[in-house]
Design a protein around this ligand. Structure first.
Ligand SMILES: C=C(O[C@H]1C=CC=C(C(=O)O)[C@@H]1O)C(=O)O
Length: 372
């Protein structure tokens, strides 16, 4: 029987599985923790020019915070992880603590709606967290195998974080950027509906999303900001006029596949990721006002949730996913994060339900049956 890369994962390693291939990287010779994204790109390119290979890791939500990028000495590529059985990957006993409480999250959304009325803010993404304390240790190999089995159309990621013993685990559906030679692709997501309980309800939810002006507005902010960030790098930029539907096992999204050709082949995947980050899919618009609203309303530090996670090689090729549908995982705890874009027309109770649906991505993927 072939062994999947999820079976070879060891704590502290970096796993990045996509529908096309999987990467397992380990035993770092260097850790780069630069705060400035331009300086980070230069340091990573210099290190890759010296040692070759690839650099892997994560950028935090706060793009003035320290990145955590590693130069591994052991790198293994494989084809996509084959869908296996998705199994209960966590010990049975657990205690769940939401932060903020659901009613408080609804109050924060209501406050965000009043900030939108001032006209200085067009969109803000507000998140909440669930802390889950487990009665036994997490088996990361089973967690990753189980997530990959469920998440065959998205990314299954594990990356070590700067705090020893903490791993960011993500089942992200969102491609921030992939660069191959001078071509690149980005596929922002914004605008969501939970999946239905049966095919009829599911189809109706998808149609409601396609017809929702509020969700199209929420999506447009992201596409416009990405176009503005990418344009200076491009010889060609192709942007579909309207978004299409994308489904994950728990959520429907509006998605736009943006493609382009770089004017300067020296621009790397990491430089593009840093130029795009944080998009209004995870922060809001305008960025500085949204960042201020998040600092004012959210009561926790996002850390690397809504950051970016991926790899870049010496030629500048690479792939970076948006770090959403994610949790900070320790030996006996998980901290899950989920956010929703708030625009004019958002309803607090529906945004709460949307974040609950987003939590289910990881919960179901890990085999945890929780009604939120
Ligand atoms: C911020 C998250 O999702 C983003 C990505 C897709 C759709 C989103 C939305 O509809 O609000 C969010 O912008 C999250 O999953 O925590």
């Amino acid at each position: 029987m072939d062994v999947e890369l999820t079976d070879q994962y060891r704590p502290g390693a970096f796993l990045f599985a996509t529908p096309e291939r999987a990467l397992l990287a380990d035993q770092p010779r260097h850790v780069l923790s630069e705060k400035d994204s331009d300086a980070l790109s230069v340091q990573v390119s210099d290190a890759l020019a010296e040692y070759g290979g690839i650099a892997v890791g994560a950028l935090p939500y706060d793009n003035t915070g320290e990145a955590h990028v590693l130069l591994p000495t052991s790198v293994t590529w494989s084809g996509p992880i084959r869908p296996g059985t998705h199994q209960a990957a966590l010990p049975p006993g657990h205690q769940v603590t939401p932060e903020p409480l659901p009613q408080e999250y609804e109050r924060q959304v209501a406050k965000a709606l009043t900030l939108l009325e001032t006209g200085e803010l067009g969109k803000v993404v507000l998140a909440r967290t669930l802390r889950i304390d487990l009665d036994g240790p997490v088996d990361m190999r089973r967690v990753l195998a189980s997530l990959a089995a469920m998440n065959t159309h998205g990314y299954t990621v594990a990356t070590p974080l700067p705090t020893p013993g903490v791993t960011l685990v993500s089942a992200s559906p969102e491609l921030l950027v992939r660069r191959t030679g001078t071509e690149f692709v980005s596929r922002p997501l914004a605008g969501s509906q939970p999946r239905g309980k049966d095919p009829v309800e599911d189809r109706a939810n998808a149609q409601r999303l396609l017809a929702s002006r509020k969700d199209h507005d929420e999506h447009r902010w992201v596409v416009e900001a990405e176009v503005e960030a990418l344009r200076p790098f491009c010889r060609r930029l192709d942007v579909p006029r309207t978004p299409s539907l994308l489904s994950t096992p728990s959520v429907w999204h509006l998605a736009t596949k943006i493609t382009g050709e770089l004017a300067d082949p020296a621009v790397t995947a990491l430089t593009l990721a840093a130029a795009l980050h944080p998009t209004p899919a995870v922060c809001g618009s305008p960025t500085s006002a949204a960042r201020g609203a998040i600092a004012q309303l959210e009561s926790f530090d996002r850390g690397f949730y809504t950051g970016a996670v991926g790899w870049v090689d010496a030629a500048g090729d690479g792939e970076w996913a948006v770090a959403i549908r994610s949790a900070d995982v320790t030996d006996r705890s998980l901290r899950l994060y989920a956010g929703a874009g708030i625009v004019d027309g958002s309803v607090p109770g529906l945004e709460l339900a949307e974040t609950s649906a987003k939590f289910q991505t990881l919960l179901r993927g890990m085999g945890l049956d929780l009604t939120l």
